[in-house]
Design a protein around this ligand. Structure first.
Ligand SMILES: Nc1ncnc2c1ncn2[C@@H]1O[C@H](COP(=O)(O)OP(=O)(O)O)[C@@H](O)[C@H]1O
Ligand SMILES: [Mg+2]
Length: 329
């Protein structure tokens, strides 16, 4: 595999008044060039923190990040700036990530000006026009301000800014979560087309599994800072092995009335990963939890080729998962 990014045992702790919050806890994965890794989990499970560490907006507490064969975990400021050309982030809410005082032209020109990519004003304008065309914003919106545009167009500006410096790797942090469903599909299609045309690699973060199904090659499921399952997208949707993934999947509405899914109800509250007790972090909400789950933290094991699961009961539950696809309620 031609890996562009390798992440090994990545950790991020935040010291908070109540103790230590383990926001990202031992995350490892390898991402091949031109592919998409979907990162899924409920709000607060550490997805954005992971994305921010990868692009250098936060420092890791521990672990290693190898990007294009180079260890970039602790790089100096000047190298970090150079890396910013290669790694970019697209944010969830374009209205809060775009400066409201700048028009489309100025917003897209900003990264080009910071990196002094275009020697003349004419070249700068030409490059902005190219980027607007690439992301599907028509020319008459060149001098419009963010509040005058709809959510989809604002996100297209966010994408144009991220692409301005021709990066190799993009962290897309819930890029369609704030958009209407019809617009979500358009923006997802745009991201897919750009990936194909430019060989981009994506880490695609979302709390909504249905959004990543078609865009991801592999999917990593996070719970309270940890990986609980990782597999190819196809395999994860066909044979989810972790009770948490099964719960997330069963919450997706199925459009076919003849295909009923048994809903797995996850009880209890998600708590923060602060001052952790021993045992599986999901045990308090897991419908299958036994004594061992409350005492011993499960390791992430490769239970099928390329399919990793952290659950003591995964092998027993696998039969359950296969049955669950076609079970009537
Ligand atoms: N700067 C920070 N200081 C303290 N806690 C933080 C900070 N940033 C994030 N957290 C906490 O880390 C956890 C993960 O947050 P985040 O990565 O934003 O989750 P997600 O993107 O999955 O919703 C949450 O419990 C959040 O409150
Ligand atoms: Mg987030």
């Amino acid at each position: 595999m031609n890996a562009i990014l390798e992440v090994r045992n990545l950790k991020k702790n935040f010291d908070i008044p109540g103790g230590t919050l383990h926001a990202v806890d031992q995350i490892s994965f390898t991402l091949a060039k031109g592919k998409t890794l979907g990162v899924v989990g409920e709000s607060g499970c550490g997805k954005s923190t992971l994305g921010r560490i990868l692009v250098g907006l936060l420092d890791a507490t521990d672990g290693q990040i190898i990007f294009q064969g180079r260890d970039i975990t602790r790089v100096k400021k000047a190298q970090r700036k150079a890396l910013r050309r290669e790694m970019q982030m697209i944010f969830q809410d374009p209205l809060s990530s775009l400066d409201p005082r700048l028009c489309t032209m100025e917003l897209i020109a900003e990264p080009l000006e910071i990196f002094k990519v275009c020697p003349t004003r004419a070249e700068l304008e030409q490059r902005v026009r190219e980027l607007m065309d690439m992301v599907g914003i028509s020319e008459h919106m060149m001098y419009a301000y963010p509040h005058e545009l709809d959510g989809g167009r604002r996100q297209r500006i966010g994408i144009a800014r991220a692409l301005a410096l021709d990066p190799a790797f993009l962290v897309c942090d819930e890029p369609v979560s704030a958009l209407d469903v019809s617009i979500q599909a358009q923006v997802l299609n745009l991201l897919r087309e750009l990936q194909r045309a430019r060989g981009l690699t994506y880490l695609f973060i979302t709390h909504d599994l249905s959004v990543v199904k078609h865009i991801s090659d592999d999917i990593l499921v996070m719970y309270m800072g940890q990986m609980v399952e990782e597999a190819s997208s196809k395999e994860l949707f066909r044979t989810p092995m972790h009770p948490y993934t099964q719960g997330l999947l069963s919450a997706i509405p199925v459009p076919n009335i003849h295909h009923k899914r048994r809903r797995v109800i996850m009880e209890g509250e998600i708590t923060s990963p602060v001052n952790l007790k021993p045992g599986c972090r999901f045990a308090a909400r897991c419908p299958h939890a036994c004594n061992r789950c409350r005492q011993e933290q499960p390791a992430l094991l490769e239970l099928e080729p390329g399919h990793f699961v952290a659950c003591h009961l995964a092998l027993e539950l696998r039969g359950d998962a296969a049955a669950y696809e076609n079970t009537a309620q």
